[in-house]
Design a protein around this ligand. Structure first.
Ligand code: URP
Ligand code: ZN
Ligand code: ZN
Length: 457
């Protein structure tokens, strides 16, 4: 099957060019003008951008957390991702206490059978011991080449510095990447107990008990340990100026220091957590939303490449029946926000508002995450030989984000009522149309597992 995408403007991380794209089977065959081919199908992309399918390297489908499961599983979450222009996700497989990495990973392979888009896995490591260290090598051999560790949530996810350092050394030996949830969980837990003791139970206190200085401190420690272990390290969901400054400082010293932020830290703030009643619970995630002044600094970090990636950290919980577990105690509100469908368009508002350029936008949402996480032989750009994962994006389409119209399996939107420009109108994966003009054409389970290369940062 040959498809010719005609008349659009092809946008990659490095070029913006009026050109046609020829897709042959699952791959991009050629980019150019005046191609003399007889395609089986022609897609008219006049007036629209032809961009690589987006790569979201931080999602949590069906994750158990805080006495609940994320409300999107791989079926609903991957469908919503496709509507939003994302054709590849890298989700976090979870090791339960007392179990091997293998058991946790197998469980995630099972869950992901329902994915409609291509997917890979990182592995969350909750316990470090000799067996786990050996298994890390095995997983790297199977294409699971990154491991997330936590410095927060004592008794649930948190590892001590010795365990973190050992995992970093092992990752350095095997070519894996350590991803860190960087918040200092000890003092944070003390603050939480103190606030609750004073009757401060509202959602906004979630942010007040997790101050930016404790994120900055943890990021500082990550890169000092990474330097000692001669390992690259990547900070997930970076939220604050304090943390970003530590990334900058480490990069200036020559440490292989990397970080992502998320749309919620660019567009939402602690003011949303302080909305009247229990409304603020919709915005409870960790690290928490910060004061508005942090946002501008994060945009600067994206421009300067001190932040290389924007991922969603998609971890949806319904307002009714899940977030309300914490009605009388903010520490019981499941942590996480929905946004797998919104990232592409939200970030595009950065182009509309003049915060980033169009090519940098593509780099941030597709090319850089693919490269950082070992997918750049197939994903993240439009070029001959690459998977034909393509978004035909109408930059002039105006719409309002709403839970009424989104496809995520969650009963609210953090961006309810926000006017945005741009719509991923046609979305292809490996040459097949997933979404066209609001209709979904993929079959549940048609996504493939993507073994990833070792990290070449
Ligand atoms: O609040 C968050 N971020 N929930 C998802 C789990 C994590 O720490 O990434
Ligand atoms: Zn985290
Ligand atoms: Zn996460």
């Amino acid at each position: 099957m040959r498809t010719l995408i005609q008349g659009g403007t092809v946008v990659t991380a490095t070029e913006t060019v009026a050109a046609d794209v020829l897709v042959d089977g699952e791959k991009v065959a050629a980019i150019g003008t005046g191609m003399s081919v007889e395609p089986d199908r022609t897609i008219d992309a006049t007036g629209r951008y032809v961009m690589p399918g987006a790569v979201d390297v931080h999602t949590h489908m069906d994750l158990p957390f805080g006495g609940s499961f994320c409300s999107d599983d791989f079926a609903t979450g991957s469908r919503a991702a496709a509507f939003g222009g994302t054709t590849t996700i890298v989700d976090f497989a979870l090791q339960d206490y007392g179990e091997s990495l293998r058991t946790g990973l197998d469980r995630w392979h099972e869950k992901a059978q329902k994915s409609s888009i291509d997917y890979g896995f990182h592995m969350i490591v909750r316990e470090v011991n000799d067996q786990v260290l050996q298994e890390m090598d095995t997983l790297v051999g199977e294409g699971v080449t990154s491991f997330k560790l936590f410095m927060a949530y004592p008794g649930v996810f948190m590892l001590d510095d010795g365990a973190i350092f050992q995992a970093m050394q092992r990752a350095a030996d095997s070519g894996a990447l350590i991803m860190m949830h960087a918040e200092n969980g000890g003092p944070i837990d003390v603050l939480i107990r103190q606030y609750l003791g004073q009757g401060r139970t509202d959602p906004v206190n979630h942010s007040l008990t997790r101050p930016p200085v404790m994120e900055g401190e943890a990021v500082h420690r990550v890169f000092k340990m990474a330097e000692l272990a001669r390992a690259p390290a990547y900070i997930v969901h970076l939220s604050s100026r304090d943390a970003l400054n530590e990334v900058r400082e480490a990069r200036d010293r020559g440490v292989a220091a990397y970080a992502e932020t998320c749309p919620q830290y660019l567009y939402l703030s602690i003011d949303d957590m302080a909305r009247p009643g229990f409304e603020g619970a919709k915005f409870v995630c960790s690290p928490p939303l910060r004061t508005v002044d942090h946002q501008e600094e994060l945009w600067k970090g994206l421009v300067a490449d001190d932040l290389q990636v924007v991922s969603t950290d998609h971890a949806p919980f319904n307002f009714k029946g899940q977030k309300d577990l914490g009605k009388d105690d903010f520490s019981k509100i499941p942590n996480g926000l929905p946004s797998v469908e919104d990232r592409f368009t939200l970030l595009y508002q950065g182009v509309v508002d003049g915060m980033i350029g169009l090519n940098r936008f593509v780099e941030i949402v597709a090319t850089a995450p693919a490269k950082m996480f070992g997918l750049s032989a197939r994903k993240g750009t439009i070029a001959p030989g690459f998977d034909a994962d393509i978004v035909i994006f109408d930059p002039n389409h105006e719409r309002t984000i709403s839970a009424e119209t989104h496809h995520m399996n969650v009963d609210y939107s953090c961006y309810e009522g926000r006017r945005v420009k741009g719509l991923p109108q046609i979305v292809l994966q490996r040459g097949n149309v997933l979404v066209e003009n609001g209709e979904f054409f993929a079959k549940e389970g048609q996504g493939s597992f993507l073994p990833r290369s070792r990290i070449s940062t």
